[in-house]
Each structure stands twice: as C-alpha cells, then as structure tokens.
Design a protein around this ligand. Structure first.
Ligand code: 15L
Length: 264
C-alpha cells in the first residue's frame, strides 16, 4: 500500500488511474474532496500540516508519494505552512510510522535561476526562482537529511511541466507527459535501494535541457517526446527569444518580474 498525498490534484489523479496498472494499491490523501474510491483504493481526507493525521495515514504503507502542497508560486505564509511544514511532516511521518521510502515531488523551480543549457546535471546548486522553488529545495534538503540520518530511501523528482501536451516553446524542453509521469513514479517506487536520488522529471524531449541519465539508472525510461508537437507550438508562438529573462533561465516565467514578492 502506497500513501499518495495531493491525490486530488492533477498528478494525483494521473497516479490514481495509472499506478494500479503497475500493481500498486493506493491510499489517497488530500484536504480536498477525493471523490469515490476506485477499486482497491483507500481515501483519507486530511491536511498535510496535521502531523498526527499524517502519521496515522502512513501506518502500514511501504512508501509515501508526497505531491501535496501549493503547486505554484504563492505568498510566503502559504508556502511556509503548506509546502515546507507539510513536506517536513511527510518525512517525519515516514520516520515515525516506519515507512522506508519517500518519493518527493520536487520541481525544476528548485533550480529555476540556472541559466538554461543543454544537459544540466542533477547536481547543479539549489537556485530557486521564488518561494515555491525554495520550498522544493528545502524538501530536497530534508530528504537528504532523512536519507543520511535515518536511512530512508528518498527519490526527489524535479518535475518539469506536467501537461497533457506542450503549449508553449519552453514546454518543448520541459514537458512531462501523462504516461511518462506514471512511468517516473513507478520507477521511483520500484528502484531497489536508491538511497538518496534526485532525477529530472521530463519526457524524452529532443530539446530537453536536463540530464536524464540518473533517471534511467533508476529505471525511468520515458516514452514521449515534445518534439511531436513542435511544429504546431512554434507556428503559434514563434521560436523562444533567449534575450528575454523568462527564456534565459530554466524556470521560465517564474524568473520574470511578475513573480516578484510585491506582486504575489
Ligand atoms: C511547476 O513546478 C508547477 O507546479 C507548474 O505549475 C508549472 O509552473 C511547472 O512547474 C513548469 O515549470 O512549467
């Protein structure tokens, strides 16, 4: 049994549909309405900021897939309470309930102010492009701590742009398809003894900027390529202008002035 937080969200819904086909039974956790339980599913309506409820939900599971939190840039108070405190609770719940593995939904925004370049390593330094990115860098750091101190297996997925299809030129590099999302999480759950690992969560995009080798080592073999949509996307939006701040860094629009603190 796997505990999936944020199970009512976009990626959570994909996992609810896809992971059972790989043999995983899910306990779905969210503060929002989770709808009707699917075959073999258990539902827990709870807040990730409630540690006691988190520990209770984690009891008897073999892994936590932690997706829960604000999925985009937000004021500091919300990021601090839900994303940072909630992610601390995920690792602490795993430790207290004896769950051996945590798969953490990190984001490219943990390293968003990295200048874009071909094949950025997973070892680039934390370079968040906002408070949301700070929360993802903090989650990766917590994962590293819990792996080293308590021996948890922790896989951090630095997800690009999870969308049914690429919509803008940046997505030709950052897209993570629906099918590859399920493949990625299945690999993170299945890899034997990964220890602490960070992998980029994108499809096999011909224009990808990030090194997929660590993901392949873990068993993630993406099947989709945003290039299949390139002609339509470029016809609609044109080629990206690298002189623009929102195109020069991997975080895209998050690096632009509309994400300054005063405007949140
Ligand atoms: C993310 O981490 C966000 O959750 C999503 O809203 C997108 O902004 C995505 O990154 C992206 O970089 O496209």
């Amino acid at each position: 049994m796997i505990l999936v937080t944020g199970a009512a969200g976009q990626i959570g819904r994909l996992l609810r549909a896809g992971l059972p086909q790989h043999g995983w039974a899910l306990r779905c956790h969210d503060i929002a309405d989770l709808g009707a339980a699917g075959p073999g599913e258990e539902l827990v309506q709870a807040d990730v900021t409630d540690l006691a409820a988190f520990v209770a939900a984690a009891e008897g599971t073999t892994a936590i897939v932690h997706l829960g939190g604000n999925p985009k840039e937000s004021p500091w108070e919300a990021i601090n309470r839900v994303n940072i405190e909630g992610t601390y609770n995920a690792f602490e719940a795993a430790r207290l309930a004896g769950v051996p593995r945590v798969v953490f939904a990190s984001s490219n925004h943990a390293v968003g102010f990295t200048p874009r370049a071909r094949l950025a390593s997973v070892d680039v330094r934390a370079r968040p492009d906002g408070y949301y990115g700070v929360s993802k860098a903090a989650g990766e750091a917590l994962g590293s701590l819990y792996a080293d101190r308590y021996g948890l297996d922790v896989v951090c997925l630095r997800i690009g742009s999870q969308l049914p299809r690429p919509l803008r030129p940046r997505h030709l590099s950052t897209w993570l398809s629906d099918g590859d999302t399920v493949r990625l999480v299945h690999a993170a759950l299945s890899a034997p003894s990964p220890g602490f690992a960070v992998v980029y969560g994108i499809s096999a995009n011909s224009r990808g900027w990030w090194d997929l080798a660590p993901g392949r080592t873990l068993g993630y073999h993406p099947a989709d390529d945003a290039e299949d949509f390139a002609a339509e996307v470029i016809a609609e939006h044109g080629e990206p202008d690298l002189a623009e701040v929102t195109e020069a860094f991997i975080g895209g629009e998050f690096c632009g002035p509309e994400y300054d603190a005063d405007r949140l």
